[in-house]
Design a protein around this ligand. Structure first.
Ligand SMILES: [Zn+2]
Length: 436
């Protein structure tokens, strides 16, 4: 296939060029402004439309795809822990196989429509643990996206009123282990998931570390999202959070530390020096009123939507505005670097040059109906990404050489039928959430 006459913009380093791209199977094989169609080759004339590498969502919860518009708790939560207890832990306990499958389909469709091609998902469904990651994989692969999946292991004890979840913990550890043992597929990888320090005992961390070691994998965990996590860690282990994970051998290359809102600068430096990544989720942090992450110390970092949606451009814009609001003069570069970080993280996870649109790179790209009223160049690409572009411009999304969205139509699944099933399943899910 020849994608003719595109305005190709890549971020690492910033580069904008009017050119054509040739693909074969899942890869780009040629790039030049002067490519002529070969005999029998399908030609897609983009007439100068903008093409970006597919965007990367470095932390999401597909399981919350059916939460949009759900009734709130009877008593409004007054703290972050109460938000978990009264909203998210009621939702995840009510999930069954059908709702997990539909959440995966809906979330992946939303991602494709947002130009997001890679999802790092953090999954929890305590009433349907064994096989939940394979269920999600089949949904996301049916839509046609890449994902890195893990199960959010948690004791959920130590919190008053919670049912002690050690069988649930063991099932979660086993689900991570079994999924990793099944090996990667073309589009999917595994990680080892854990909820957060404050819902995991030392024994649980040791057992997770065993899975990380045996599978040569790494941990994906919420860290210092709220001050309660920091305080719990002090009481529980007499240390900071990064030190607690380090002691248990969980601070390894490509560990994903999500949020880091209440980490100090020395901790952030130690974590990043160890090869861990910080995942910044500014809209979620605002939504939960947990504070603003110290992004000035984020170097090895990427953006996550934390399940609010799959819209990475919206996350980037919010990250930028929060940094400006905090008085940072380098916010353009810093927000842009978070998008670049997503590509670097995904490239490392898949062992592929994701984020590049040169010969040899995977054909993972987004076509946008974006014809700006001002010049677009490598020098001002950040300005266009943060002030101009949004998901409404996404016309087509391609993953591994296959259009999953083409001219605004999802090509891989019947979107209307999926959404109709999802609306029915969401009603039943919300009903189950009301049960004690
Ligand atoms: Zn999260």
């Amino acid at each position: 296939m020849l994608l003719k006459d595109a305005t190709v913009a890549t971020l690492d380093p910033p580069r904008v060029e009017r050119t054509s791209l040739r693909l074969e199977d899942e890869r780009l094989v040629d790039r030049s402004p002067s490519l002529a169609p070969a005999a029998g080759e399908e030609v897609v004339d983009l007439e100068g439309a903008l093409v970006l590498p597919g965007l990367v969502n470095a932390h999401t919860h597909l399981y919350s795809a059916l939460a949009r518009g759900m009734p709130g708790p009877d008593e409004p939560p007054r703290s972050f822990v109460e938000i978990l207890e009264r909203v998210w832990w009621r939702l995840d306990r009510a999930l069954d196989e059908e709702s997990v499958h539909l959440s995966g389909l809906v979330g992946a469709i939303e991602a494709a429509r947002s130009g997001t091609t890679v999802l790092f998902d953090h999954h929890a469904s305590p009433s349907f643990v064994a096989g939940s990651l394979a269920t999600l994989r089949s949904a996301v692969e049916r839509v046609g996206l890449r994902s890195v999946l893990c199960y959010e292991t948690s004791d959920r004890n130590g919190l008053p009123g919670r049912d002690a979840g050690l069988p649930g913990r063991d099932a979660g550890i086993e689900e991570n282990r079994a999924f990793l043992a099944g090996g990667p597929t073309a589009l999917t990888r595994g990680m080892v998931g854990a909820h957060a320090s404050f819902t995991l005992s030392d024994e649980s961390l040791e057992r997770l570390a065993g899975v990380v070691r045996d599978a040569n994998s790494s941990l994906h965990v919420h860290v210092a999202e709220d001050r309660a996590d920091v305080e719990d860690c002090r009481v529980r282990s007499g240390t900071g959070l990064v030190e607690r994970f380090r002691r248990h051998g969980l601070l390894t290359r490509r560990t994903l530390l999500v949020h880091g809102v209440h980490l100090g600068e020395p901790e952030l430096q130690e974590a990043q020096a160890s090869g861990a990544w910080l995942i910044h989720c500014p809209r979620s942090n605002m939504n939960n009123a947990v504070g603003h992450a110290p992004t000035v110390a984020f170097r090895r970092a990427a953006l996550g939507t934390d399940g609010l949606d799959e819209d990475v451009l919206a996350e980037a814009r919010t990250a930028f505005l929060k940094m400006r609001d905090a008085g940072r003069s380098d916010a353009f570069a810093a927000a842009f670097d978070l998008l670049v970080g997503g590509h670097r993280l995904a490239a490392a996870a898949f062992g592929l040059p994701l984020g590049r649109l040169d010969a040899g790179a995977p054909a993972d790209l987004v076509v946008l109906d974006y014809r700006p009223p001002t010049p677009l160049s490598a020098d001002n690409l950040a300005g266009h990404l943060l002030f101009g572009l949004d998901r409404s411009h996404v016309r087509s999304t391609m993953v591994a050489g296959r259009f999953v969205l083409r001219d605004r139509q999802v090509t891989t699944v019947d979107e209307a039928a999926v959404f109709a099933s999802a609306r029915e399943a969401a009603g039943r899910l919300w009903e189950r959430m009301r049960q004690p």
